[in-house]
Ligand binder design. Structure first.
Ligand SMILES: *Cc1c(COP(=O)(O)O)cnc(C)c1O
Length: 461
């Protein structure tokens, strides 16, 4: 490898500094290739931070490297790094040491199944300033004026607006699939101008579950990638890349950083994505290509302080998701038989329209066989919009806000808030009822959560 990089530099002589850079990179790559064979929890806790890193920094945890830039030790090093001839830290907008540790961790987690059976890491990741920035960064490389893309209409409110308003203004047409469980509707929307397919699963707030292998097959037979927003599931419950997807996007602001202390996003791609783009580097390693070119120039990088916090939180990711998911199932079962509830939407209930699919796709990593259906549910209150408002206002456990996936319970009424701007017609099509409450179960005691919901429902007649 060192020899290969030396020839890449097209030089007979290579200076000591460059050699040290190349060897450090190689050492990190070898370390990641060993770490990615460890179990999920070990990757979560220790990630890409090696013993040697810990000795060098005199710290058992990775600390945020807040420096905007990294110094060069020679003119040759500066030239080689900036020309992308050797990888190296330059400037935080492109790559930062702390962000990079998080990126390697995310690549290992979303690529968990793919990397276990490989000698080289099969996935790469890129962090962004928010989940919306991750989506924008992931989709825009495929868009050209006059082209189109096909998306499930059961997406996060921000995604809906980005696709329907912002991207349309840039000249790309979003074709919404109204019944994303119906493969023929996807098929009928695709033509020669289609550049990618996009789905969110489970969807926020509708909890729609997508058949990822079937959608990936359809995308690939049309020569285009499948991009999946896997924010709700996190790699604990679902790893879309091993189900056939090409690119995964995450909001790291939600369950990944359960403390609700850091906003961030990420995209993770597999090697050799399927696409109509001709650029060989883009196809071979999408996330790395994006980092070098559009990401550098768009400027939506993550703050290293947020990367440090997210790394901290990921250490407990599997445990948090497991506890919250088990609690959520009990809450959903309680709501199902409550007289003031019209409908409970939770993939763990047999009444959920894609319960069987959820059982196939939502499997807790490293547990035999253990379905878990996440912490998120929605339920429709019997009565008026005002009744649903009163229920939300009367709850005392957790907070009434737009967030979800955090260690504290969160509730909101999407029709009056997060999904207000898209209008009643679009909400109806996306299955978001006017009295629907989105409920994200936290780590509080399940008995307290259930008691609180019960007293809040008692406030409406
Ligand atoms: C919150 C959310 C986003 C957007 O993430 P931000 O970090 O808030 O920008 C995207 N997708 C889903 C499913 C979300 O829940």
């Amino acid at each position: 490898m060192v020899e290969r990089l030396k020839t890449l530099l097209e030089r007979d002589h290579i200076d000591r500094i460059l050699e040290a850079d190349i060897e450090a990179q190689e050492k990190q790559r070898e370390f990641v290739c060993r770490r990615m064979k460890d179990r999920f929890d070990t990757i979560c806790v220790l990630g890409a931070y090696s013993q040697d890193d810990a000795y060098a920094f005199k710290s058992i945890v990775p600390c945020a490297s807040m420096s905007v830039a990294s110094p060069f030790q020679s003119a040759e090093e500066a030239a080689a790094v900036l020309a992308y001839k050797i990888p190296g830290y330059v400037y935080t907008r492109i790559v930062n040491p702390t962000n990079y540790l998080l990126e390697l961790t995310l690549a290992m987690l979303d690529g968990y199944d793919l990397n276990r059976y490989s000698d080289e890491i099969q996935t790469s990741a890129l962090t962004t300033s928010s989940g919306m920035a991750a989506i924008f960064t992931a989709v825009t490389p495929f868009l050209h004026p006059g082209c189109n893309f096909v998306s499930s209409n059961k997406v996060y409110g921000g995604t809906y607006m980005q696709f329907d308003v912002e991207l349309r203004q840039l000249g790309a047409e979003c074709r919404w699939v109204e019944n994303p469980g119906d493969l023929s509707e996807w098929k009928n929307s695709i033509d020669d101008g289609t550049r990618f397919m996009y789905v969110e699963t489970p969807s926020n707030p509708g909890l729609f579950i997508a058949d990822i292998p079937a959608l990936a097959d359809l995308a690939h037979s049309n020569g285009i990638p499948l991009i999946v927003d896997s924010t709700i599931a996190t790699p604990v419950l679902m790893r879309p890349l091993s189900l056939g997807a090409d690119i995964v996007v995450h909001s790291l602001s939600k369950a990944m950083t359960g403390s609700a202390r850091a906003i961030g996003g990420a995209l993770v791609s597999r090697k050799n994505i399927v696409t109509k783009e001709k650029n060989a580097e883009l196809r071979a390693d999408f996330a790395t290509w994006v980092r070098k070119w559009p990401y550098r120039d768009i400027g939506a990088c993550m703050s290293p302080a947020n990367a440090e916090r997210t790394l901290d939180e990921i250490r407990t990711l599997r445990h948090r998701i497991k506890t919250m998911s088990h609690s959520a199932l009990r809450v959903a079962e309680f709501l199902r038989s409550h007289p003031k509830i019209l409908r409970v939407n939770y993939p763990g209930l047999p009444s959920h329209p894609q319960h069987d699919l959820a059982r196939r796709e939502m499997v807790m990593v490293d547990e035999e066989p253990a379905n878990a259906f996440s912490y998120l549910m929605s339920f429709d209150v019997k009565g008026s919009v005002a009744d649903a408002n009163r229920v939300v206002e009367s709850m005392r456990i957790g907070y009434h806000t737009t967030h979800l996936g955090s260690s504290c319970t969160i509730r909101i009424q999407p029709s009056c808030t997060t999904h207000l701007q898209q209008g009643e017609e679009a909400r109806r099509k996306a299955g978001i009822g006017e009295t629907q409450v989105r409920y994200s179960v936290g780590l509080e005691a399940t008995s307290d959560i259930i008691r609180d919901i019960d007293q809040a429902l008692a406030t409406v007649s």
